[in-house]
Design a protein around this ligand. Structure first.
Ligand SMILES: [Zn+2]
Length: 122
């Protein structure tokens, strides 16, 4: 196996590669979570492709562009790619896709990405 399977994105359980054949002898595979039972579609992808797809997780960071700005009063994390700052209702954004935060937020470089602050764990 070229790549380890990441844990299940839904429950954190251990995932396993399931391989078999259809009635025509075509090799099939899917990824199955042994804890919650979540399973990907069983198809004729090569195992390495199925593993890569399973392990691909979307980044929570959103690029700063005019079309993808946070709401003006939204509390967010912002980053310049090196440092992360929490910004609670302090930033302003202009129509050119530039996020500006208050003077106390010292960034050497422009903010490149933001993300909503997730809920606290319960
Ligand atoms: Zn699971």
């Amino acid at each position: 196996m070229s790549e380890e399977l990441k844990p299940c994105p839904f429950c954190g359980g251990e995932a396993e590669l399931c391989q078999g054949y259809d009635e025509d002898g075509t090799e099939l595979c899917s990824i199955h979570c042994g804890t919650c039972g979540m399973e990907t579609i069983r198809d004729d992808r090569k195992p390495a492709e199925a593993i890569t797809a399973w392990n691909t997780r979307p980044s929570p960071w959103i690029s700063v562009t005019p079309e993808t700005m946070p709401e003006r009063k939204q509390s967010v994390f912002v980053t310049n790619g090196k440092t992360v700052k929490e910004v609670r209702e302090l930033f302003a954004s202009d129509d050119d896709g530039v996020i500006t935060v208050g003077a106390s937020w010292e960034f050497d470089e422009a903010i490149t990405h933001w993300m909503p602050i997730p809920e606290l764990p319960t």
